[in-house]
Design a protein around this ligand. Structure first.
Ligand code: BES
Ligand code: MN
Ligand code: ZN
Length: 501
């Protein structure tokens, strides 16, 4: 799909379809009004007749509109003009793209980017339009032997911006959105890949492939033997019941003009399947535990996006690939593990494996002398209970970093909410036999998981994102969401001082 921006008067557009908004109740947007004047009241007559009310998501496709050179006009309901927000705007764009795709228009010129959204400007209108359009058109058919047939697919959308002055900003919005969307697609494709194919080895292959694609990226893979040498006994314990070996993949993006600049490090939980191990999970919905590598998939997508954007930063990502399986060689409840940091952990539940893999990965990254470390993990069911599928949970004891993440979440609309990490919670992680227990009991599970990780991140600025509720959708539309790629790329765009107005 191709996107571009222009600033042109509506009556001159020769295109397969012109897209303009209608507000509730039955009010023309300024571009619809211009078309109404040229067509001598054709559109306002339709509104009077009640063909479209203007509610969000309503559409009406018109052919042969008098005096108009475009083949079609698509009227799109935009709700009450003064109430238009981010969410409604995205719904409007998604509905538009669906209809365009179904009607056989291969290209369109869209005037919806001229709408006024509370707290946003043309940059965001264009950026969200491109991101929402790509989101709508995503499907994953790699494993279907009968592919859905595509009939006269939508190929190009031109977004009109209200003034020439805004064109450069709108162009950078397209460039950013295209890169972010490519990252999101890479994340979704990897996450949706089944766990018999998407093994830790597969994650490593994808990391190497990325390095082959982009000059600024290098990658290398740490295997189980090397992990053993490094003393990563906690990570290895999780893997020991599995036939598919663990691999930790390191992806380095070096593009800061200051070669001495300390890197930003992203660590993604990459459990390519989490059966729970000996503390095995119930059968219902267990297939969804193929998504327990969505943290790794997200950092993979972020690396693709930053490489596309050529951000002047040094970023290192870790895909902590591992499989959690029961079996004769599996680790057990009661086992005591010595982590790479030296701290010992008593395993009380083998299903709390993410933190056991991450704690060693988080110790490993000390060698990079990071400026900041952010880990991203589908870590706890408790986070899903707390926040549902709307917000990712995040934690940091560094307030400035927490504020940066909140800001990036708000700007990107990839929502996140900070949860607390007071030291009182550490009481819950006490063990009679080791330095720490790997679970903290029934209550506050997302918090105790974060507190567990905090024991291993004392040497740098650290934040933790729990994406258990946001990384994939359940039900009829089951599939990876690509979150929080948008949030993280926004965080990095901000770190690179990119301007949006
Ligand atoms: N991968 C799961 C967390 C998870 C559960 C994500 C459901 C998304 C949906 C994690 O490894 C896990 O099993 N966590 C346990 C921890 C518990 C044993 C302390 C959980 O949340 O139940
Ligand atoms: Mn688990
Ligand atoms: Zn897990």
């Amino acid at each position: 799909m191709e996107f571009s921006v222009k600033n042109g008067s509506i009556e001159k557009q020769r295109t397969a379809c012109l897209v303009v908004g209608v507000f509730e109740p039955r009010r023309l947007s300024s571009s619809a009004e211009q078309l109404d004047i040229i067509s001598e009241g054709y559109i306002s007559a339709l509104l009077r007749r009640g063909d479209i009310e203007g509610k969000v998501g309503q559409t009406l496709l018109l052919h042969h509109v008098p005096n108009i050179s475009a083949d079609r006009i698509l009227l799109v309901g935009c709700g009450k003009e003064r109430e238009l927000n981010d969410r409604q705007y995205k719904q409007i764009i998604q509905q538009t793209v669906k209809v365009l795709n179904d009607t056989g228009s291969m290209e369109a010129v869209c005037y919806l980017t001229g709408l006024h959204i509370k707290g946003r400007n043309t940059y965001w209108n264009v950026r969200f339009a491109v991101e929402a359009a790509q989101e709508t058109l995503y499907s994953f058919n790699d494993f279907k032997s009968i592919k859905p047939e595509i009939r006269r697919e939508l190929r190009k959308i031109v977004f009109n911006v209200p003034s020439r002055r805004e064109l450069p900003l709108a162009e950078s919005a397209i460039q950013h959105a295209v890169a972010i969307s490519a990252g999101i697609k890479a994340t979704k494709d990897l996450a949706n890949t089944p766990p018999n194919i998407c093994t830790p080895r597969h994650l490593a292959d994808k990391a190497i492939e990325l390095a082959q694609t982009y000059d600024a990226i290098q990658s290398h893979v740490v295997d189980e033997q090397q992990m053993a040498k490094l003393g990563m006994k906690s990570y290895l314990a999780v893997s020991q019941g599995a036939r598919n070996e663990a691999f930790m993949s390191i992806i380095e993006f070096k593009n800061n003009p200051d070669p001495q600049a300390k890197p930003i490090v992203l660590v993604g939980k990459g459990l390519t399947f989490d059966s729970g191990g000996i503390s095995i999970k119930p059968a219902a919905g267990m297939d969804e535990m193929k998504y327990d590598m969505c943290g790794a998939a997200a950092v993979y997508g972020v690396m693709k996006a930053v490489a596309e954007l050529n951000l002047p930063l040094n970023i290192i990502s870790v895909l902590a690939g591992c499989e959690n399986m029961p079996g004769g060689n599996a680790y057990r409840p009661g086992d005591i593990l010595t982590t790479m940091s030296g701290l010992t952990v008593e395993v009380l539940n083998t299903d709390a494996e993410g933190r056991l893999v991450l704690c060693d990965a988080l110790t490993y990254v000390e060698r990079f002398e990071p400026e900041t470390v952010i880990d991203i993990a589908t870590l706890t069911g408790a986070c899903v209970v707390a926040l549902g599928s709307v917000n990712s949970g995040f934690f940091s004891s560094v307030n400035t970093l927490a504020n940066e993440l909140q800001n990036a979440a708000d700007l990107s609309t990839d929502k996140a909410w900070r949860l607390p990490m007071n030291e009182e919670y550490n009481e819950l992680l006490k063990s009679n036999f080791a330095d720490l227990a790997n679970v903290g009991g029934r209550w506050g599970g997302a918090v105790t998981a974060a507190c567990f990780l905090a024991n291993f991140t004392k040497k740098y600025n650290w934040a933790h994102l729990d994406i258990a509720g946001t990384a994939w959708q359940q039900g009829a539309n089951k599939g990876a969401t690509g979150r929080p790629v948008s949030l993280l790329v926004q965080f990095l765009l901000n770190r690179a001082n990119v301007k949006f107005e």
